[in-house]
Design a protein around this ligand. Sequence first.
Ligand code: ACO
Length: 378
Amino acid sequence: MSVCEYKPGLEGIPAAQSSISYVDGQKGILEYRGIRIEELAAKSTFLETAYLLIWGELPSKEELAAFEEEVRLHRRIKYRIRDMMKCFPESGHPMDALQASAAALGLFYSLRDLHNPAYIRDSVVRLIATIPTMVAAFQLMRKGNDPVRPRDDLDYSANFLYMLDEKEPDPLAAKIFDICLILHVEHTMNASTFSARVTASTLTDPYAVVASAVGTLGGPLHGGANEEVIQMLEDIGSVANVRPYVEDLIQRKAKIMGFGHRVYKVKDPRATILQNLAEELFSKFGEDKYYEIAQEMERVVAEKLGHKGIYPNVDFYSGLVYRKMGIPTDLFTPIFAIARVAGWLAHWKEQLEENRIFRPTQVYNGQHEAPYIPIDQR
Ligand code: ACO
């Protein structure tokens, strides 16, 4: 085998063959199973899109109804998991709480039957159904409250928003939230999906697969950027401060959160949709002062860094949408995980269909034949 050139961050190296999603970073195109993201955002629902990604085709009316019903029936979490979560420190990050809770599911469902389609389906349903319940439960418990039971009469997104603060959400907010989940559900071979596939390739259980991907999503260079965007907009404080703030970051060679992408060299198509959704929310529920700052940032960054292909990514406007819905900043990334779990599971299923354990190589640049120096001579 020829020795390949080392590429930091594996840039441009294919890690799998996949028919789940497609990105054209030059043209700003994103497709799930061949369908453009704009079309799914306008016409589909999160659960229908999840079905499409995992089973490869849009469901029939009956198939969708059956899937929705199964997810509805599995939304409750076991009291032992709730009790375990009660012991988590309230100051802990909700992503850490989610990672621990997702991993704990594996303790309850330890049977591993990876070649059985019924096992795959049960695991998919259970994870998609319970991840939102666990996120909402931690949110209420860290405030000292008991978690609320899921409401069977509410659809997937409305139920999650209800479980967060025990109030039935506004229908427009619930609809927009559902679209946000569609936009975040899948994005080719990103860091957390790669993590999911590596873990899946060892033939472990899907709870370990999802827990490892949640851990990877949490970092500020990946899903965690949406929290940092809000922090940054707060630090900037006014439109007049945008230019000096951006210039200072560029001069210090610091990364501007919510901008740039390994694949997109134009504005991320999801950022465009999210910006429109934010405007829809502002026109119903009132303006957000940080939106003007964000728009000015987009203009200044395009002027200064557009030549390097640095434009808003999915995380830039998503925080403003969630903020307007009254969602706390540190839940933005767990919400990203609620959506992305379906993408990870699509990759889990695809990985199992033609599995080979991941075992890349490395370029060794250390020493050889080094002497062992006795401890008293070091
Ligand atoms: N701000 C300023 N400059 C940037 C940014 C940014 N956000 N992103 C890239 N650049 C510049 C780099 O400084 C570098 O410039 P140089 O060639 O003059 O040295 C060039 O663009 C290439 O940057 P890399 O770091 O090599 O790009 P990479 O593909 O490794 O990183 C990443 C992509 C991690 C997303 C990066 O753009 C970044 O850190 N962005 C901010 C964090 C963020 O928003 N992450 C969310 C991404 S979307 C998601 O994961 C859901």
